[in-house]
Structures are given as C-alpha cells and as structure tokens.
Design a protein around this ligand. Structure first.
Ligand code: PNS
Length: 170
C-alpha cells in the first residue's frame, strides 16, 4: 500500500498554536503531512513567504513526518503535480465551515482526485487566528498563549517598529 500523504495548506501569516494543533493531529493520521504556505489573494501578507516557511520549519522540527513547502499557484495544481489526494483544513466554527465548504468544492472541481478533510479546532484553540495575533502584536500584547515560542522573536521584531497607542494624543 502507498504511504499516505496529505497537504495542510494555509497562509500561516504567522503560524499559530491553532495551526500547530492541526499539524500534530494530521501527523498522527497520515504518514507524511506537507504543510504548504500558499498564496491567498484575499489577504494582504505581513511576513514574506520565505519567513513563514522558516517559522513553520522551526516549529515543526520535532515532528518527524512533516515537510514544509511554499507554492505560488493553485492548490489544485500543486496536488495534481505531487499526487497528493487529501487536503486537511482546520475548522473553528460555522463561519469557517461555510467558506471551507465552498473552497473544498471548488478544489474538487479543479482536481476531482482531491478530497478535503475537516478537523474541528480543539476547544481551547478555537479562537486563535493569525489576524488576531497580528492585531494583538500591533498593540504589544502578550502572545505566548497564541503562537509557538519559536516564532515570538520574529513577531516582536516585525511589529516593534509599528506599535501604536491609540489613547496617546501627542
Ligand atoms: O490560511 P488561509 O488564508 O485560510 O488559507 C487559504 C489558502 C492559502 C489555502 C487558499 O487561499 C489557497 O488555496 N490559495 C492558493 C490558490 C488557490 O488554489 N485558490 C483557490 C481556492 S478555492
């Protein structure tokens, strides 16, 4: 039997503890998890793709069956090229489920060999998102409950120059 592989795609801008939870659970289900930094045209990127990959590699270093890649094209094209037939996506609630269902259907239309598997976010991780992390970082909040410690320095460095204090009037 062929070893099982899945793709866990996302923007990972930056990687959060919610992402790591999904990666670990997918790694327990598949022989190999390919974590793919893909381009989401609806989101304005904060970290360069190479840095997102680097952060993910550091965070996943202790999980032996995880590979990290970046790809600038369509998810359907990548899975066709690599022969990957399962995409894993984390779902935090009904809002996610609606948009993820649309994405899964379109990806399946573009690559009929592709199935999408939804993993429900763990309850204690259900509120974490990269956009929330970026917003908290811009105010200098403590991020240790939301992102892996390995990437805290990257985030602090990226936001140190643009901290704002909306209550200051000078
Ligand atoms: O973390 P995100 O932003 O929710 O991830 C979305 C992502 C990057 C997986 C999605 O935008 C994507 O697949 N981008 C690659 C281009 C593509 O295939 N778009 C069609 C999706 S229906």
């Amino acid at each position: 039997m062929n070893p099982s592989r899945c793709l866990y795609p996302g923007s990972f801008d930056p990687v959060t503890l919610g992402h790591v939870d999904i990666i670990r659970r997918a790694a327990a289900l598949f022989d190999t998890v390919v974590v793919g930094v893909l381009y989401n045209p609806e989101k304005q990127g904060c970290f360069p793709a190479a840095q997102r990959v680097d952060m993910l590699k550091r965070v996943c270093a202790g999980i032996p069956n995880v590979e990290v890649i970046s790809y600038g094209g369509l998810l359907a094209q990548f899975t066709r090229e690599t022969g990957i037939s399962v995409v894993v996506r984390g779902v935090r609630g009904v809002a996610d489920l609606e948009s993820e269902t649309v994405m899964a259907r379109i990806n399946h239309q573009l690559n009929p060999a592709l199935e999408t598997l939804f993993l429900p976010a763990s309850p204690e991780k259900g509120e974490i998102s990269s956009s929330m992390v970026r917003q908290l970082a811009s105010f200098g909040a403590d991020l240790s409950a939301y992102v892996p410690s390995e990437v805290l320095p990257d985030i602090l460095a990226a936001f140190s120059h643009q901290r704002m204090n909306i209550l200051r009037e000078d």
